[in-house]
Each structure stands twice: as structure tokens, then as C-alpha cells.
Design a protein around this ligand. Structure first.
Ligand code: NAP
Length: 297
């Protein structure tokens, strides 16, 4: 339970709706900004007044998954309000106030450093990334099914990267009956691919690897699907790039060759905002409660 906790939720998308619901269930005092055009109303939540003494009570501030833009502006799909996170405002929060964000850009890191507030980029955490890989894989399946005219079963699938997303993708596509190869660069990851009963592609020598496949799924946030890879793909192949923007694919060359290539960011928030919101709420609640236990020790 979060009884006695004061949490401000500022901006965001459908994921925040589930987060707010959870915070209310857990009895936190919730302040909202950036939700004035939301059809649903949260009876227990209070409108955040940036100029009031509410600010001095805040134990936590929860920003949208993208955090702020490079000027400190916070985007929200439920409001036209311009919300700006300033150094002066953040300094008015209590010293222990934690700032949660999905990802943290340089502006946000700089702001946290200048105000001496703890910034927690949730997407950097293994637990959040692994939980989020579940809706990411489901979104991947949805897009592949929508954009191909052949079954996943029996297809040759290459997954590049065996991190938190790559591992879940490789396992799921294997279970669906695809012939899966995984591109890795370390001997440790190669051993894991072997243990999973899948084929390994050595990404240190990708120029000489056999990259022909029906479906190429990239999770490596660097340009790895370059012209040398794309030229090996048959014309019916599809590239789905899941890595953070701008992805790891030479989209221009794929287009020139007539290969369907899509960059698909933010799948959890698109295909399963409720689950994605719960993942954030559960982790935020755990971190806040751990913090309070430490303070009381
Ligand atoms: P991760 O756990 O860090 O995995 C990244 C993988 O890329 C690791 O296997 C890493 O190998 C490999 N890698 C990194 N740089 C490489 C390089 N230069 N050459 C070859 N391999 C390289 O990350 P993740 O959580 O799986 O996320 C992967 C990407 O997907 C990120 O960009 C993330 O932002 C994005 N993402 C997208 C969605 C979506 O909806 N589209 C959802 C979640 C995450 P090593 O282990 O050898 O370093």
C-alpha cells in the first residue's frame, strides 16, 4: 500500500491511466497534470497546481515513458496544455522526491543533477525491460501477421541481438515453428543460443554470414541491417526493426530493393497499454516502498 505517499503523474498516454488506477487502489494521494481532456475522471485524484504547496509534499513524480523533450517539455495525449519541467519547480519538491521516467535524455539527467533529485529511468531496468518484452513480442507477431502472406510456422527467421527483447522473440518464434537463427557478437550469447537449440549467426562477421531469411527481426540499436545484409534477402522477406529510433536498418536501401521494412517503436504502449501501465505501476510501487523501508531503517 502507498498510504501517505504523494505522487504526481504528469502527462503521458494510455499507460498512465492504468498507472493512476493502481496508485489510487494502493491509497496514494495522486496529483494529475496533463489529463484535462481525458473522458474518464479519477474521483480520488487531485489536479496538480504547480504554484501551490502541493509541490512541497511530493514523494514521487511520474513522467511519461519518453520523459521530456530536449527543452523540458512534457507531452501528453490527453491535454493541449504546455507543461514544462523547470529546475526552479523541481527544487521546490522535498529532497527525497524521486523522478520516474521511461527513458532519460540529457536534459532530464542534467535537471536531476542540478536539483539533486533521484532520476529513475524505468526502461533501463532489467525487470521492466523483461516484462515489457512480452507485449513487445505480441506486437511483433501482430505486425508480422498483418504484413506477410505466409505463416510464421516454417519460415526462416533471423533475430539480431539476444538481449531482453531478442531472447523473448527468439523463443516465441521458435515455439511457433519458425526456423530461428540468432545474431550475436559474444561467445556467451552464442552459448545461450546453442543451449536454446537455435542457430547462431556471428555478428562480428556478419558480412560473410548467410542472412537470407523470410523475416528479419532487429533489436540492435546500431546500423547492422545494412546493404550487405539486405541484398541477401529474397524479395518477399520482411524486416521489422524494433530497436530504438532510428533503428538499425538501412531503410533507404531496403526501399530501393523493394523489401518491406518497418520501424516499430513503442509496441507495449500500442498493443497492450493496460499491461504496460501495470508493469510501470508495479515497479514504481516496489521502488517507492523499498525507498521508504530504507529511510525507516
Ligand atoms: P538489450 O537487452 O540491451 O539488448 C540489446 C542487444 O543488442 C544485445 O544482445 C547486445 O549485445 C546487442 N548489441 C548492442 N550493440 C551491438 C552491436 N554494435 N553489434 C551487435 N550487437 C549489438 O536491449 P533490449 O531491452 O533487448 O532492447 C533492444 C532494443 O529494442 C532497444 O533499442 C530498445 O529501446 C528497443 N525496444 C523496443 C521496443 C519496441 O516496442 N519496439 C520495446 C522494448 C525495447 P551484447 O549483449 O553483446 O551487448
Amino acid at each position: 500500500m502507498l498510504t501517505g505517499y504523494h505522487v504526481a503523474v504528469i502527462g503521458g498516454d494510455a499507460r498512465q491511466i492504468e498507472l493512476i488506477r493502481r496508485l489510487n487502489e494502493w491509497d496514494a494521494t495522486v496529483y494529475l497534470a496533463g489529463f484535462d481532456q481525458l473522458n474518464e475522471s479519477f474521483r480520488e485524484a487531485i489536479d496538480l497546481d504547480f504554484d501551490s504547496e502541493q509541490v512541497e509534499k511530493l514523494d514521487a513524480i511520474i513522467l511519461p515513458v519518453p520523459g521530456t523533450d530536449s527543452d523540458g517539455k512534457i507531452e501528453g495525449i490527453f491535454s493541449n496544455q504546455l507543461i514544462h519541467l523547470s529546475e526552479e519547480w523541481l527544487k521546490r519538491t522535498p529532497d527525497h522526491c524521486q523522478v520516474f521516467s521511461g527513458i532519460a535524455n540529457d536534459h532530464l539527467k542534467d535537471l536531476a543533477a542540478k536539483t539533486n533529485r533521484t532520476l529513475i529511468p524505468l526502461m533501463d531496468r532489467d525487470d521492466v525491460a523483461i516484462y515489457n518484452s512480452i507485449p513487445t513480442v505480441e506486437g511483433t507477431l501482430m505486425l508480422i501477421i498483418q504484413h506477410t502472406d505466409f505463416t510464421i510456422h516454417g519460415s526462416k527467421v533471423i533475430v539480431l541481438g539476444l538481449g531482453r527483447v531478442g531472447m523473448s522473440l527468439a523463443r516465441t518464434f521458435d515455439h511457433l515453428g519458425a526456423k530461428v537463427s540468432v545474431g550475436v557478437r559474444s561467445s556467451k550469447a552464442a552459448a545461450r543460443v546453442y543451449e536454446m537449440g537455435l542457430d547462431t549467426i556471428d555478428m562480428n562477421d556478419i558480412e560473410n554470414a548467410d542472412m537470407s531469411c523470410d523475416i528479419l527481426l532487429n533489436t540492435v540499436p546500431h546500423l547492422v541491417v545494412d546493404a550487405s545484409v539486405i541484398k541477401q534477402l529474397p524479395s518477399h522477406a520482411m524486416i521489422l526493426d524494433l530497436a530504438s529510433k532510428p533503428g538499425g536498418t538501412d531503410f533507404r536501401y531496403a526501399d530501393k530493393r523493394g523489401i518491406k521494412a518497418l520501424l516499430a517503436p513503442g509496441l507495449p504502449g500500442i498493443v497492450a497499454p493496460k499491461t504496460a501501465g501495470r508493469i510501470i505501476a508495479d515497479v514504481v510501487s516496489r521502488i517507492v516502498q523499498e525507498g521508504s523501508r530504507k529511510e525507516n531503517e
